[in-house]
Design a protein around this ligand. Structure first.
Ligand SMILES: N[C@@H](CCC(=O)N[C@@H](CS)C(=O)NCC(=O)O)C(=O)O
Length: 203
């Protein structure tokens, strides 16, 4: 099966980490997409032109990172990352949803600030960054709940914090010491290191 990804995409990174953590990464053929190059973006089999996109050997297309992650989690491999049911599942998938939602806001705020003069909306950028701040505050308040076995929620959170810091710097840490400490420890995992784009390491 083939996974289209771009190295900086936090959603694609989440799927690659799931594959590594579950010991199924060797089953994935990685296809790099350059989202800034229309030709490369058009080659992504996702009609929405987004990564990640997973194409199974039988031609089935799976898009949207939570669904791709769940598919990778259901393959035979190391212990699961998406709990099957009950409060554990709700907690893991809610954490994934808030982390992905913050990522969406970071992506939009970054797009907005990079627009040309005259096209940029400070209002949109400010609104998106306010979502990021509120989301990070919630995660800081709930940081005690991050203890326990690694799930898809932790992986999504690690990818989001890495991407946010890459785009908007380390200021977020000032008022979120518990989240920052959690991230620093989590970022040392081999799967996080292996999937970290070089420009993120030096950011
Ligand atoms: N909800 C999607 C979001 C994927 C997404 O927005 N990917 C970005 C890269 S970080 C993308 O492909 N953007 C290109 C575009 O929107 O044209 C997921 O979780 O997979």
């Amino acid at each position: 099966m083939k996974l289209w990804y771009s190295p900086r995409s936090p959603y694609a990174r989440k799927c690659r980490i799931v594959a590594i953590e579950r010991g199924v990464a060797d089953r994935l053929e990685l296809v790099t997409a350059d989202l800034a190059d229309p030709k490369s973006a058009q080659a992504i089999p996702n009609p929405l032109g987004k990564v990640p996109a997973l194409l199974l050997d039988d031609g089935t297309l799976i898009i949207d990172s939570p669904l791709i992650a769940e598919h990778l989690d259901q393959m035979p491999g190391l212990p699961n990352l998406v709990p099957m049911e009950g409060p554990a599942r709700r907690h893991a998938t809610q954490l994934e949803a808030i982390a992905d939602g913050i990522c969406d806001a970071v992506v939009l705020a970054n797009l907005e600030r990079n627009r040309r003069d005259g096209e940029r909306s400070e209002t949109v950028k400010t609104q998106q960054l306010a979502k990021v701040e509120r989301g990070l505050d919630l995660l800081e308040r709930d940081a005690a709940r991050l203890d326990g076995p690694v799930t898809i929620g932790h992986i999504a959170l690690g990818c989001m914090l890495g991407y946010h810091e890459f785009r908007f710097g380390r200021d977020w840490r000032r008022t979120r010491p518990r989240l920052a400490a959690w991230y620093d420890a989590f970022a040392r995992r081999p799967s996080m290191q292996e999937t970290m784009p070089p420009e993120m390491k030096s950011a």
